[in-house]
Design a protein around this ligand. Sequence first.
Ligand code: AMO
Length: 444
Amino acid sequence: MKRLLVKLTPKAIGRKIKVCGWINSRRDHGKLIFINLRDRSGILQVVFRLADSNQQLATISQKLRPEWVVCIEGEVKERPKGAENPEVETGKIEIIAEKLEILAMVKKEMPLDLSKKELKMKLSTLLKERVLTLRHEKSRAIFRVFETVLGAYRKVMKKLDFVEIKTPKIIGTASEGGANFFTFDYFGKKAFLAQSPQFYKQIGVGMFERVFEIGPVFRKEPHFTTRHLNEYISLDAEMGFIENFNEIMDELEKVIKFILKSIWKENKKDLKLFSAEPPKIPKRIPRIKLREIRKIIKEKYQYEIPEDSDIDPKGEELAGKWAREKWKSDLVFLTHYPKSCRPFYTMPDKENPEETLSFDLLFKGVEIATGSQRIHKAEELIKNIKEFKLDPKDFKFYIDTFKYGMPPHGGWALGCERIVYKILNLPTIKEATLFPRDVKRLVP
Ligand code: AMO
């Protein structure tokens, strides 16, 4: 008999069918054994009636345990009145088991109960038992949302006429400056794991004008925070022929709105598990200079973001609070970051060269994207590289790109895990990553 997916069983009342999956939970009521069977499409109640069953089936059914992998054949029946479960899609039916095939048994003691609504455990246990905890309904919901973000990003970028590219992750020079890069030996040469596809996506502008990439990036973050990972998925974009840097934010605004709308359309059940509220998004996402928000935060919340530095997490949180109070918006662009805290490729603002044509996009008080206009003239770039005390020789291929002619351009990178983390109000970004890499974790 061919396997039927659990979600299709309500349409099969009266028919004999075969379902396969994992035993999510098991209840023993003496003469009746109830099993919740889980497959990729849902959960289904299976009943073993020991009195009616053949002896062999009765004996095996008593041995069944959570996470055993089984195929069961039986008849689909309406549940008796009062026994319906409105919380599951198959809650009005059940199947009465007639045949059972065991595909795999559990060979270890189960360290947790996956049938519980919440996995109430420490983060360290959640991650230590990751191969199992990922099977929990709430974990699966997180990664369904994650998948929607990826799909929606690709869809909207193509709609906006960007071409998808894939750039190397083993590279010869660090792109983002700072010290948070991993190095390793590459056949006798020093190599880096890409902190970002920055240089390569800019080269892509010379090919297609508008390019995007979805790919992993690597950051050697030595600290433990709720918002940093050492490997994450970056949603990058780069666009040519811009007249001003506001155009970059205009495009990103369309993108983030599309992503959020897609999640609220496609992941209703997943969002419900986390009681996630739809974000407040005004017609136009507010844009405010970092210099101005600094003043506001000082006056309104008596908090001082250190001068001439990047905004700190507390400052971001208060900027998010302000955006909600003032503009009823969960999203806000902070613009014109000081030159000292942006990478060397960022275009300085001609009106105030100490500031740059750059921005961060905050969502519920956390940075989810960074972007800027880039320097597109080789001589200006070389000058800036030197000002940053770097050696232009290390960036030869990158500088060459601009010697061969490049239009004014700019772009952004959105952190995929940051979006999921904030949408579902997770306690930490690590829960939005299948197998987070941090200082202590290299397995699984
Ligand atoms: P930036 O370094 O700000 O910019 O990174 C872009 C976005 O990536 C996310 N992010 C992270 N997510 C998880 N863990 C981390 N350690 C981490 N670091 C950053 C954030 C952030 O906004 N090349 C530029 C982008 C550009 O200008 O195009 C860059 O990578 O959401």
